[in-house]
Write a protein that binds this ligand. Structure first.
Ligand code: ARG
Length: 436
């Protein structure tokens, strides 16, 4: 397909914006896409031109060509999409670096910060320009976010939670070591006032949101994914305190009761959502609570987990939730629940986030629904709808291009060729592919 079927001069284009006319051409980029997916309408714009100024989108038009002397032109002869959003990652955890279980105990907090730098880059290069990091030790996530924002290292835009709140002996309490080591997880807090204090502490040290472990989990020792951990009273205190401080709350909840408790407590997103029942789905809809299902994980955990140190107990627990989670994902989607794209990256290797797209399609979504979860819905979850998640005027120029037609074959989401974040190009395989 050839670019630029109709001819509009740069002058026409520029004069349509008085702000632009005053701007140095170097701040102005025209990105030309063979096709551009309008995620809101669910249709393609062919031969699209995206005009970008100072890192933000000024206009999106179809069929533009520019005459010589124009701003910088970048050609993306593929399908352009908004930069993708994953609302559940752990960039400072790495299955291939010490992995899980007892093997992971050898990783220091500074070492985890370095994993974060590596994985932030990988995540960005794979097309995810925004992530929500929901759980990290030692505020490595805060440092990572700040380092990326300062331009020290490449990475996605981040919202971070700091250490996840957990009950003593809960999913986040590092239960591997025996008593005489006197070791407790950093997010341990019990009781309504103690959890409020922990929320305040996380906010003090830079958290954008609060993560709470409402039920047991898979990758922890001695607990049960289906069993509640925090009480409704504690969850209410967490939600109230966080909201008072202007922070949203994400609750890890596999269990049927914990999911309902978290929704009733006013928590904003339910992570994993594995054992949700019809009543839970109805409650989520009623309260406009997002349900996040990390349905790619099961494949990786069962195939690779043991090799990377996951406890035999964890593999057994996974067998108890994996399939049910996928069935409940389909139910929740068919019932019309709000859903995000949340993968738990860090359980599987970072950069493979896209592998959840085909899973979401396999379990009932159309490709456009899965793409909307990873764009419009992700932005809504992060309260950034006016900034990311769509290629629209006023948004950051966070734009990727892939090879192929993702609406026809969602596996195209894994064929990322081009990544721009805030108007800056981080990856352009189209140029590399061109003979010199
Ligand atoms: N971090 C989660 C936990 O340990 C991973 C759950 C993965 N399993 C799944 N089916 N999504 O509980």
């Amino acid at each position: 397909m050839r670019l630029c079927s109709c001819v509009v001069s740069l002058l026409t284009l520029l004069s349509s914006s008085s702000a632009l006319a005053q701007t140095a051409a170097s701040n102005v980029i025209l990105l030309r896409c063979s096709k551009l997916l309008d995620v809101r309408q669910g249709r393609y714009i062919t031969n699209a031109g995206v005009l970008i100024q100072n890192g933000k989108i000024v206009s999106v038009e179809s069929g533009h060509i520019l005459s010589p002397g124009t701003p910088r032109i970048i050609d993306a002869p593929g399908t352009c999409l908004p930069g993708l959003i994953d609302v559940h990652v752990h960039l400072t955890s790495d299955p291939e670096e010490g992995g899980f279980g007892y093997a992971e105990l050898g990783n220091s907090i500074p070492r985890e910060a370095i994993f974060g730098a590596k994985n932030a880059r990988r995540t960005l290069m794979s097309g995810f320009t925004t992530v929500r990091n929901v759980g990290a030790r030692g505020y490595t996530d805060v440092a990572l976010r700040d380092g990326i924002n300062a331009g020290d290292i490449p990475g996605p835009r981040m919202q971070v939670s700091g250490p996840a709140l957990t009950i003593t002996g809960g999913h986040g309490d590092d239960n591997l070591l025996p008593y005489e080591y006197h070791h407790f997880g950093q997010g341990v807090a019990n009781g309504p006032w103690a959890v409020r204090e922990k929320v305040r502490e996380n906010v003090k040290f830079g958290a954008d949101l609060i993560k709470v472990l409402a039920s047991g989990g898979v990758l922890s020792k001695g607990d049960t994914p289906g069993a509640p951990q925090y009480t409704l009273e504690e969850l209410k205190a967490i939600a109230d305190e966080a909201h008072k401080l202007g922070r949203k709350v994400a609750a890890h909840a596999h269990g049927t009761q914990s999911i309902k408790d978290a929704i009733l407590a006013g928590i904003d997103t339910i992570e994993h959502s594995s054992l949700i029942d019809d009543e839970g789905i109805a409650l989520a809809k009623q309260h406009h609570t997002y349900l996040d299902f990390d349905i790619y994980n099961d494949d990786y955990i069962l195939a690779e987990g043991a090799k990377h140190g996951m406890l035999p107990e964890s593999i057994e627990k996974e067998k108890g939730v994996g399939r049910l989670q996928r069935e409940n994902f389909r139910k929740a989607f068919q019932a019309g629940a709000l859903m995000g794209f949340a993968t738990d990256g860090g359980v599987y290797p970072h950069g493979d986030n896209w592998k959840q797209f085909p899973k979401m399609v396999e379990w009932g979504m159309k490709p456009i629904d899965a793409i909307r979860a990873a764009t419009l819905n992700g932005a809504d979850i992060m309260s950034w709808s006016d900034q990311v998640g769509a290629i629209e005027k006023g948004h950051f120029a966070d734009i990727i291009a892939i090879d192929g037609d993702p609406l026809a074959d969602v596996n195209a989401m894994g064929k990322v060729k081009f990544v721009m974040k805030g108007g800056e190009v981080y990856r352009n395989d189209f140029i590399a592919a061109r003979p010199e």
